[in-house]
Write a protein that binds this ligand. Structure first.
Ligand SMILES: [Zn+2]
Length: 375
């Protein structure tokens, strides 16, 4: 009897082996991740980390950032597939570092001053360089609230959409410079309201120094860039960054994968145009604004999502479905298992309904245009 118990104990231990002391996160599609085939997920959802510096009471939030190398000169920090919360401290979007000859170039600066500071500290271990240039994809605050770290401590030039200055700081819409509506006290963004003080402390809304009217090619710190304007797509003004020598494209939120996008400020027609412009470039790696897929299939989910969204909502309009019922009759079943589906997809359907009801964009809708009697 005793022997049997010992035997059972041994069997139980062997079965439990894989779970003992195992803190790593399972990655479902490792082949789709970084260039070296490895991917580092942050461990903040694990029990053991609850008592660390990831609470509101410690002197400084610890983002525990680990850069992932995407290509020879590009590293990125990948955020959680969640909405911004106290628990993730806004680390739910992707931001990247590009290695220039005398400086890092930052692509999107994350949700806070402290995030940017810790990201730079992590990158200095790879190459001890300053950050003299920051390039921003769009105005949502999970992508650029780190800007004032780079401006204040590095004297960096912030390149980005004019909409940051106009919509947050009240700068003049035409000149992009301070004007009569400029706010003395910048608004509290959702991030500033949501985060613990020890994560958001030091964050100030920094203005964009340099904006372009249209797609521009330039080189900075020995790296060639094409900064591509896609306009009103995911937000009022979206841009993506193409690195022709590296065959890498950093696309911001016009592409997300593994989760459903938020189209609350966007338009489906603009999104599809943006995706076309991305497809038109020659690249091997794509870094989405949210999500972990960085290979040649990186944009596929977004293309499928927006194509289906547009087709199905237009069908719904044709069938004269009442707006109250549109989110019930138009669903995107194919994305049911993606993160944030239940939270965001119905909103995207409703938003697209509002947009496409007035849509008179392409050939298929010619009769509508005639009825309106305008060109
Ligand atoms: Zn966004």
């Amino acid at each position: 009897m005793k022997k049997l118990l010992v035997l059972l104990a041994i069997v139980a231990f062997v079965i439990a082996m894989p779970f003992i002391g195992n803190k790593s996160t399972t990655v479902k599609n490792p082949h789709k991740l970084d260039a070296d085939g490895n991917f580092i997920m942050y461990d903040w959802h694990h029990e053991g980390f609850k008592e660390t510096s990831r609470t509101g009471t410690n002197p400084e939030w610890d983002y525990m950032l680990k850069p992932v190398q995407v290509s020879e000169r590009v590293w990125c920090f990948f955020g959680a597939m969640e909405m911004p919360t106290k628990e993730n401290a806004g680390d739910m979007s992707n931001s990247c570092y590009i290695k220039g000859n005398d400086s890092w170039i930052a692509w999107d600066s994350g949700p806070s001053y402290i995030f940017a500071k810790q990201a730079h500290a992590a990158m200095k271990k790879i190459a001890d360089l300053p950050v003299k240039t920051v390039i921003v994809s769009h105005e949502h605050d999970d992508h650029w609230l780190g800007n004032n770290y780079y401006k204040e401590t590095q004297g960096a030039l912030i390149v980005g959409p004019k909409s940051v200055n106009v919509n947050y700081l009240g700068y003049d819409e035409h000149t992009g410079k301070p004007g009569e509506n400029t706010r003395e006290i910048p608004p509290q963004t959702r991030m500033i309201r949501a985060l613990y003080q020890n994560a958001i402390r030091g964050t100030k809304l920094a203005s964009v120094d340099r904006s372009f009217e249209d797609t521009t090619k330039f080189s900075a710190h020995g790296v060639e860039f094409e900064y591509v304007k896609v306009g009103y797509a995911h937000s009022e003004e979206d841009w993506f960054l193409y690195l022709p020598e590296d065959k890498v494209v950093l696309v911001g939120d016009v592409v997300m994968n593994g989760r459903v996008t938020s189209n609350r400020d966007g338009i489906v027609v603009g999104q599809l145009n943006a995706l076309k412009a991305i497809k038109a470039r020659d690249w091997n790696h794509l870094v989405p604004g949210h999500g972990f897929i960085t290979d040649k299939t990186g944009a596929d989910e977004s293309i499928q999502y927006f194509t289906l969204l547009k087709d199905r909502v237009l069908e719904g309009i044709e069938e004269e479905i009442h707006p109250d019922y549109i989110t019930r009759s138009v669903t995107l079943e194919e994305f049911r298992d993606k993160d944030l589906y239940y939270l965001l997809s119905p909103g995207n359907v409703f938003r697209s309904y509002e947009e496409l009801e007035m849509y008179d964009g392409d050939e298929e809708d010619e009769e509508e245009e005639e009825e309106e009697g305008e060109e």
